[in-house]
Design a binder for this molecule. Structure first.
Ligand code: FES
Length: 105
């Protein structure tokens, strides 16, 4: 059923479990991943490699690359992906940065 707000339609979808940076979310199955993570409260999808500045979805149409996330070792644009059950998502380069931090200790 159509509602006034597209965000209200997200509430009526069946939910599936998704993990982002180790935190579990129940997101609407088949909806846009970037929009669903934003609606769930995720505000930092990636960090820039040089300045470590936080980035989040901006264009929502595959042009800006600010929504990059890593799923199963592959860096992808969250705004171009649908929510499916059991997605394991991390920020791109998170494991590499962790390894660098471990090596510095
Ligand atoms: S939000 Fe711009 S490429 Fe995904």
């Amino acid at each position: 059923m159509k509602t006034v707000s597209p965000f209200l339609e997200l509430e009526e979808k069946p939910r599936v479990g998704v993990t982002f940076e180790g935190e579990r979310f129940e997101l609407p199955e088949g909806e846009n991943l970037a929009a669903s993570l934003l609606a769930a409260g995720v505000r930092v999808f990636r960090r820039t490699p040089v300045s470590d500045a936080p980035r989040a979805p901006f264009c929502m149409m595959g042009a800006c690359f600010d929504c990059l996330v890593e799923i199963d070792g592959v860096v992808r644009q969250a705004c171009m992906i649908d929510v499916v059950d059991e997605l394991e998502i991390v920020r791109p380069g998170a494991e590499a940065a962790k390894g660098t931090d471990d090596a510095a200790k």
